[in-house]
Design a protein around this ligand. Structure first.
Ligand SMILES: *[C@@H]1O[C@H](CO)[C@@H](O)[C@H](O)[C@H]1NC(C)=O
Ligand SMILES: *[C@@H]1O[C@H](CO)[C@@H](O)[C@H](O)[C@H]1NC(C)=O
Ligand SMILES: *[C@@H]1O[C@H](CO)[C@@H](O)[C@H](O)[C@H]1NC(C)=O
Length: 382
C-alpha cells in the first residue's frame, strides 16, 4: 500500500520540533455563550500518557519482552482507570502509541502486535474469555480494566491480521499490520475497532484496504465517532463521519507533535469541536522533548485542556459534558444542524480518496474558526 502524503504532511515535517508553546495546567475557556439550565450529562476522561518507550525500537525482541514493556504502560493505564472510576467517569480515552511506542520497523513491531478478530464477526469479551484467541494479552488487560472501572474504554494498539497469498493485497510476510483503536463497553465486551487510514510516516503499519467509518453507541450519550491523529486533517474518515447528524461526540487517540502556526494539538482539537459542533475527547501522549503534549475534552462551548512542556508526568483530565442540543441558543458556528448543512454541500469523492479532498483543516480555516495568534488567548496566555 502506498501512503499518500499531502501538502499538509510536508508542512508538518518542515515545522517538526518548531514549537515552544508554554502554557501550563488545565485551562477552561468559553467561546460560545453557555446555556443556563439543567441538562443531562456524562462524565468523560482523557489521559495524556508519558509512554514508557522501547530503548531501541529497531531491535528485534521476543513477544515476552514486548509484553513486559507494554505491561508497564498498561499498569499506568490501570491506575488511571481506578482514579477515574472513583470520580464517576463513564468513558476514558488513552492516546495513540501509548502502549507500544513508536519508531518501529515492520519487523521490529511484530512482537508488540495483538491478534484481533473483527468485532463485527465475533462477539467477544477478552476479560471473560481470555483463551479464545492467541496473542491477545493487551486486549485482555484493556477489557478487564473496562470491567473493573465499569466504564467505556478507548485505547490504541498495534494489531495483526493474517492473510493468504490469494489476496492480491496481502503483504509478502503474510499479514496486515494495523494501527488500531479499540472500544470496550463497561462490561468488557469489545464493541468496535478502527484502523488508522492516514498514516504519518509509520513504516510498521499498513493502510487498510478500505476506510473504516466507525461509530459506536453508548447508553449514556448515544453515538460516538472515532479516528486517529493525522486523520483529523482528511475528509475520510474524519469529516465524512460528521455527516451523520447523530454523531455528537468523537474519541480521538493521538500522538501529535505541535507545529505552529496552525497545527498545535489543542488548537486543532478545539477548532474541530467548534467547527463541527461536537464534543471532542482527545488524548495525546506526553513527550515534551519531541513536542508532544496537548490533550483535551472540548465541547463546542468549552474546552478543558492540558498542555505542558515542563512536567515529565502524564495527566488525567476529567470533565462533565452536557448532552443538551445546543441548537438555537448559540451562534451559528456552534450549531450542529448548521454544520451538517455545510458538510452536505461538500463533494464526497467515491472512487478516489486522494483527489478532490478538502481536508478538515481547510474547512475549519475557511469558516474562520481556527483560533490563531492575535485571535485567541488559548495558547498565548500566561
Ligand atoms: C523517534 O524518531 C524521532 C525522529 O526521527 C527521534 O527524534 C526520536 O528520538 C525517536 N524516539 C525514539 C524513542 O526512538
Ligand atoms: C455488554 O455491553 C454490550 C455493549 O454495551 C451490550 O450489548 C451487552 O448486552 C452487555 N452484556 C451484558 C452481559 O451485560
Ligand atoms: C448557518 O445557517 C444560516 C441560516 O441558515 C446561514 O445563513 C449560515 O451561513 C450558516 N452558517 C454556517 C457556518 O454554515
Amino acid at each position: 500500500m502506498v501512503c499518500i502524503m499531502s501538502g499538509a504532511s510536508r508542512q508538518l515535517t518542515l515545522f517538526l520540533y518548531g514549537c515552544c508553546v508554554a502554557a501550563l495546567g488545565v485551562q477552561a475557556e468559553e467561546h460560545c455563550p453557555a446555556e443556563r439550565h439543567q441538562a443531562a450529562q456524562y462524565v468523560a476522561a482523557v489521559y495524556e500518557h508519558r509512554s514508557i518507550l522501547s530503548p531501541n525500537p529497531l531491535a528485534l525482541t521476543s513477544r515476552k519482552q514486548a509484553l513486559e514493556l507494554m505491561n508497564q504502560n498498561l499498569d499506568i493505564y490501570e491506575q488511571q482507570v481506578t482514579i477515574a472510576a472513583q470520580k464517576g467517569v463513564q468513558i476514558i480515552v488513552f492516546p495513540e502509541d501509548g502502549i507500544h511506542g513508536f519508531n518501529f520497523t515492520r519487523t521490529s513491531i511484530y512482537p508488540f502486535l495483538d491478534f484481533m478478530p473483527s468485532p463485527h464477526l465475533v462477539r467477544w469479551n477478552p476479560c471473560l474469555e481470555p483463551h479464545r484467541f492467541h496473542d491477545t494479552e493487551v486486549l485482555q488487560r484493556l477489557s478487564c480494566m473496562a470491567v473493573k472501572g465499569e466504564m467505556f474504554l478507548v485505547a490504541n494498539l498495534g494489531t495483526k491480521q493474517p492473510c493468504h497469498s490469494s489476496d492480491p493485497g496481502c503483504p509478502n510476510d503474510g499479514r496486515y499490520q494495523y494501527n488500531t483503536n479499540v472500544v470496550f463497553s463497561s462490561n468488557g465486551t469489545l464493541v468496535d475497532s478502527y484502523r488508522k487510514q492516514n498514516l504519518y510516516f509509520e513504516a510498521a503499519f499498513n493502510t487498510p484496504p478500505e476506510v473504516d467509518h466507525i461509530t459506536f453507541d453508548t447508553p449514556f450519550a448515544g453515538k460516538f465517532g472515532m479516528f486517529t491523529c493525522f486523520d483529523i486533517l482528511f475528509l475520510h474518515p474524519a469529516v465524512r463521519l460528521l455527516r451523520d447528524s447523530e454523531v455528537k461526540h468523537v474519541v480521538y487517540p493521538t500522538a501529535w507533535m505541535n507545529q505552529l502556526p496552525l497545527l498545535a494539538a489543542i488548537q486543532i482539537q478545539r477548532g474541530f469541536a467548534i467547527a463541527f459542533g461536537v464534543n471532542f475527547l482527545a488524548a495525546n501522549i506526553h513527550h515534551p522533548s519531541l513536542g508532544m503534549t496537548g490533550s483535551g475534552i472540548h465541547t463546542p462551548l468549552k474546552s478543558f485542556w492540558h498542555h505542558d512542556m515542563e512536567s515529565p508526568e502524564g495527566h488525567l483530565i476529567i470533565a462533565q459534558i452536557q448532552l443538551e442540543d445546543t441548537a438555537g441558543s448559540v451562534p451559528d458556528h456552534c450549531n450542529k444542524a448548521n454544520i451538517t448543512n455545510a458538510l452536505s454541500a461538500m463533494p464526497l469523492p467515491s472512487d478516489s480518496l486522494d483527489s478532490d479532498e478538502k481536508p478538515a483543516v481547510t474547512l475549519i480555516r475557511d469558516m474562520g474558526l481556527i483560533p490563531g495568534p492575535g485571535r485567541s488567548h488559548m495558547l498565548w496566555s500566561n
